[in-house]
Each structure stands twice: as C-alpha cells, then as structure tokens.
Design a protein around this ligand. Structure first.
Ligand SMILES: [Zn+2]
Length: 298
C-alpha cells in the first residue's frame, strides 16, 4: 500500500507541470496588454482565443509562432496611444502613436486589427460592452482577426526585414500577397476552405468589385480596403489552391533567405510573378478558367 501511495505521489508530481501548463502563459514571447480586464475575468477567454489560433498554425501549417509579439486589446484610444508609445519608442513619436491609435480605434468596425513589427492592436468599438458573453459571441470574429494579424507577424518574421534593409511592409512582399495571404489563412482558420465550391464562389464573386490590377495595389490612399483585400484574396486563393499552402509560406521564407520578391515567387510557385499577374487578369473574370487553372496539374 505504501509503495502504491509512493507511486501515486510520483505520478502526481509528474502530472503537476501538465496541470499548471493550462494556466501558464499561452505562448512564449507573446504578451497581451489590455484595458478591458481590470478584474481579470476575461483573461481565460482571451487566452483561449489566442491559443486556438496558435494551435491552428502549429497543427495545420507546422509553424510554431512564438513571438516576439505584444498584443494591445482595448477599446480606449488613450490607453492604446500610451501603450503603443511605450512599446515602440524610440522608433515612434507620441504624435504618431496617437495617430495610429485614432486611425484604428475610431474606425467604425466592431473589431479592428492592425500590426506593426512587434505590436498588434485589436481595437474593439467603444459602443460594445465587452464581457465574457461578448467574447463568446464574437469568438469567430476575434479568432479570424487574430489569425489574419498573426499571419502578418509570421510574414515579418520569416522575411526578416534586416536582410533586405527595407521597411517591414515593403520587405514582406507586394500588398496583394501580404493581405491576400492573411485573408486566405484566416479563412483556413475558420474552416471555410473545407467547403471547396462554396468558398471558391464566395472568394470569386467578392473580388468582382474592382477593376484594378493586383500589381497596382498599394497602402497609399485611396486604398479601398475591402475591394483591394477581396481581389488580393482571390489571387492568393488561386495560387494556394493550385500549389498548396506550404508554397505560400515558402515565399516569405525565401525573402528571409535574401531573395527578392520575383525570385522568392519563382522558387515558391515555379512560375514568374509577372506571368502570374498577367494570367490572373484573365482568371479573375472567368470562374471556369480559374477552376481549370487550379486543377491543371491534378
Ligand atoms: Zn492585413
């Protein structure tokens, strides 16, 4: 009996770290800053949302994302200004921090997500009453936004702006690839890619509202966020469905290895970026041709 209790004690001791693991910080190198949780009642739900996204990246794409990343989760513009300034100085002035906070927190979206190099902002509209019930009912939207922004963090990390010496946005690739891939992976996180035909139709028809070539897209005004994201999403959808999501991630890995956009693209997808952009001008208007192109080698 004594031996049995002893053995039980040993097993218990071995289990302790596993049990504590549940309450340990969800991800190494990711820190959440929030003004929404003074009594810390929301913390488990917020951690769960982040945990879901990180688990998805590890399981579906074999990417263990471990920061460094700060997430500011708030609906208070002043709090965002101060926290963003603290985390980003001396690279960002107080005036720029205020502008950044206002332009994202004053947008009329329920949840607005944005990321600079190591700081992600998830701003919740001030009219929302954020409690556990709110988090539960917006779980899908919070997860999708996190998945989108963490894709940007992965793009920044893989492409390693120090290699190219360009600003993070430029180093990370053309806008259509950066935003299209974030949208595509975010839909994957939501499980939407499983509904193949339905997802194809959704992505295809949402992209019809703009006539601009993906090559012309930039973040400079007039950046028509939803239209431009939609056409970018379609371009990446076609590439990823034909060549596979690993090829997509390879594009950013290639940038990190020091290749320029064009070579990184050619190595990842086996075709020239300019050829794809030209081909895409036909595919974006013709669902049958787009489907055939996806399935060409299958
Ligand atoms: Zn984005």
């Amino acid at each position: 009996m004594k031996q049995f209790l002893f053995l039980l004690g040993i097993i218990g001791l071995c289990l302790l770290p596993v049990l504590f693991e549940k309450n340990a910080p969800i991800a190494v190198g990711i820190e959440v800053h929030t003004s929404l949780d003074e009594n810390r009642t929301l913390e488990p739900a917020m951690n769960d949302a982040l945990d879901d996204v990180l688990t998805f990246y590890a399981r579906s794409h074999d990417i263990a994302f471990n920061g460094p990343l700060h997430i500011i989760f708030s609906q208070d513009t002043q709090y965002v200004t101060d926290t963003y300034y603290d985390l980003s100085r001396p690279h960002v002035s107080k005036k720029d921090a205020r502008h950044f906070a206002r332009s994202h927190c004053d947008a009329d979206q329920t949840i607005s997500g944005v990321i600079t190099l190591k700081v992600m902002l998830l701003c919740i509209s001030p009219v929302e009453d954020v409690n556990n019930r709110w988090i539960a009912s917006h779980r899908d939207q919070i997860g999708a936004t996190l998945a989108h922004e963490i894709m940007h963090a992965i793009q920044h990390k893989f492409s390693d702006e120090s290699v190219t010496g360009l600003s993070a946005r430029r180093a990370s690739g053309p806008v259509w690839m950066v935003e299209g891939a974030a949208n595509y992976i975010s839909r994957d996180f939501q499980g939407a890619l499983t509904y193949k035909d339905r997802e194809f139709e959704r992505v295809f028809y949402r992209a019809q509202d703009t006539t601009k070539s993906i090559d012309e897209l930039s973040y400079a005004p007039p950046f028509e966020r939803f239209k431009h994201y939609a056409i970018s999403h379609l371009a990446i959808y076609l590439l990823a469905e034909r060549f596979g999501a690993p090829a997509l991630f390879d594009f950013w890995r290639n940038l990190g290895a020091g290749h320029n956009w064009e070579n990184s693209f050619a190595r990842a997808f086996g075709m020239q970026m300019s050829d794809f952009i030209e081909k895409f001008e036909t595919l974006r208007r013709d669902p049958k041709a787009a489907k055939d192109w996806i399935l060409a080698d299958k």
